[in-house]
Ligand binder design. Structure first.
Ligand code: GTR
Length: 331
């Protein structure tokens, strides 16, 4: 009896680490850390916080999420690194930086790859989305588990200098892009000077003239305060890049199968819940942008912009040709 007890005690930490079937009350409370570059109230942050509430309810408080919003843990590159070592569990990031780790995902980072946002949503909700998500989880080098897609609308160019009405107007503008060579090449093909930079530096860079502009969706342009500095917003919609919620593989492997399944379930629900929040927020941000006197430039025809990015397709497109055909076939 004694030796059984000793062995039982000795095995306890291992059992906990593996999440083996101990009575729920005996299992440790776990606070899962989540990070986002966005502030509280932003659709992605709100969706993950709601997930946390669901986890708490489903496990009687054993699992919960602590959100670190607003770049408290750095930019997305830093968030990925922290998730890889298990210092952070959930990282809500753009597919932009993920493409530098899992090349297949770069297909979503190609300019004008989707016809519109509705097309992107159909693709991420369907088998292509599932397949690409699996590519993250199945590749041991990522050290990440892919959980859910989220919406980030379409990205458009804004700048401090002048209204951009044509491709030519972009000439000579230094435009911040996310850290992925595809984006820098895209801006260069459009005639501007693409400058890769983490979001944590962009406001300052716009203020000091290190860059003349950047590109993003209306909620980000609004929420990061860039609209207060860059007064010209041209709805080029050159990139439609979904967001992604990933989990640290290291932390994942220490969870029980039941907890993994629960996290997968609430993440999938978050994918559609975030979309509703997104649509509402996009309308609010667009109104705020227009009401604050920003010159919003629309395009009846984006073909000149689409034609200009042909060099990017020539350089990278070949690798993704089959996948692109499948994406285009999604109606
Ligand atoms: C936002 C996106 C962030 C980040 C940011 C950026 O739209 O939600 O995840 O990618 O853009 O430009 O760095």
């Amino acid at each position: 009896m004694k030796s059984w007890t000793r062995r039982g005690v000795a095995l306890l930490p291992a059992a906990l680490a593996l999440g083996l079937a101990l009575p729920a009350a005996a299992q440790q409370k776990q606070v899962l850390k989540a990070a986002d570059v966005h502030v509280v109230g932003y659709p992605t942050v709100e969706a993950v916080e709601r997930m946390g509430k669901k986890l708490e309810a489903a496990t009687s408080g054993r699992l919960s999420i602590q959100m670190f919003p607003a770049m408290q843990l750095g930019g997305e590159k830093e968030m990925i690194e922290q998730a890889q070592v298990g210092a952070l569990q959930f990282a809500r990031i753009s597919v932009g930086p993920v493409g530098t780790i899992v090349d297949e995902l770069n297909v979503f980072n190609m300019p004008f790859v989707f016809r519109d946002v509705a097309h992107m949503r159909k693709v991420i909700d369907g088998p292509i989305g599932e397949d690409l998500m699996e590519k993250i989880s199945s590749n041991p080098q990522t050290r990440l588990i892919g959980l859910a897609w989220m919406d980030a609308g379409a990205r458009s160019v804004y700048n401090v200098k002048r209204p951009v009405r044509t491709v030519d107007d972009l000439k000579g503008l230094k435009v911040r892009m996310m850290g992925n060579p595809i984006f820098v090449d895209t801006m260069n093909a459009l005639g501007g000077n693409g400058i890769a930079m983490g979001m944590d530096q962009v406001y300052n860079a716009l203020q000091t003239g290190v860059v003349d502009g950047a590109e993003n969706n209306p909620p980000s342009y609004d929420s990061f305060g860039h609209f207060q500095l860059a007064k010209y917003y041209s709805l080029t919609e050159h990139l439609i890049i979904p967001e992604i919620l990933v989990f640290s593989r290291r932390s994942w492997d220490a969870l029980s199968k039941a907890d993994q399944d629960l996290i997968k379930k609430v993440s999938k629900e978050a994918q559609l819940e975030q979309r509703k929040l997104w649509d509402e927020r996009e309308a609010v941000s667009m109104k705020k942008i227009k009401d604050s006197g920003i010159e919003v430039i629309t395009f009846a025809n984006k073909k000149p912009f689409q034609d200009a990015v042909k060099p990017v397709w020539d350089k990278y497109g070949g690798k993704y040709a089959d996948l692109v055909k499948k994406i285009q076939a999604v109606q």
